[in-house]
Ligand binder design. Sequence first.
Ligand code: SAM
Length: 289
Amino acid sequence: MYSVNVNIMSSNNLNKLILGDNLEILKAMESETVDLIYLDPPFFSNRNYEVIWGDEGEIRSFQDRWAGGIDHYIAWLKERIIEMYRVLKQTGSIFLHCDWHADAYIRVYILDKIFGQNNFRNEIIWCYRGGGSPKSDFGRRHDSIFRYTKSDNYTFNADEIRIPYQAEGIGRKDDAMWGKHKGTDKVYKPNPLGKIPEDWWLINILNANDPERIGYPTQKPYTLLERIVKCASNEGDLVLDPFVGGGTTLAVADKLNRRWIGIDQSVQAVKVTELRLQQQTDLFTSIYI
Ligand SMILES: C[S@@+](CC[C@H](N)C(=O)[O-])C[C@H]1O[C@@H](n2cnc3c(N)ncnc32)[C@H](O)[C@@H]1O
């Protein structure tokens, strides 16, 4: 058991990147202090993810294997989400990123139970294109991001994440939807700043040679996190990512002038994230437990 006091109100008030099991760190955090939580936990994919590490190109990995099956995985995740619920402010939001392996179980057995069905706000479908498709199934090309709040009073800056009406070749480009609609007096005009996205987001996945890649498997695109952080938090708010990986959430939160706390139990993840953040700020502290 770790003995750690993560006082997020500490005098230096610095952003924190913490190496350790998030359950123990979360337990040491004060209640109702966090504005936004984004988590991208292992997906119950039953595979290992490899990281090419150091100058020697050594291969290390993080595991997403669960000997006890789905029940074990759900129990493991649930005890962590109970703590996330506790540290979230009454006005806070959580975005949980998962995929077909466990999405249904997570929603019903964890999020509905802890946050309440009434606080379910969206299932955001992050869809992307990709090569290769199975012979006898449709290619699986989307993840689910469950968005819940702790109450009815929450931050939702939808105007800050407007996108073109015809983003990525999808959407209507004809003018038929504008103007006066038959049988009504309402006149519809396009907003010059674009539209508020629906609950499906078409954002390119990072391909192997993407310049954004920092060499951490399962790294999520900057644009995806930018949309979440802008929409569900304000400048000065505290953003928590308890499964940091390659640090995308922290890099975005930092750029957008949010305060942040990131946790990962993998030394490689913390090192990679440290290097990434050092390129944009020195206003953070790394804590190795
Ligand atoms: C899917 S990755 C996160 C990727 C990240 N969103 C990004 O954009 O790079 C999941 C991370 O969770 C970490 N992890 C798994 N179990 C953990 C635990 N109990 N405490 C802290 N981190 C954990 C793994 O080391 C891994 O880095």
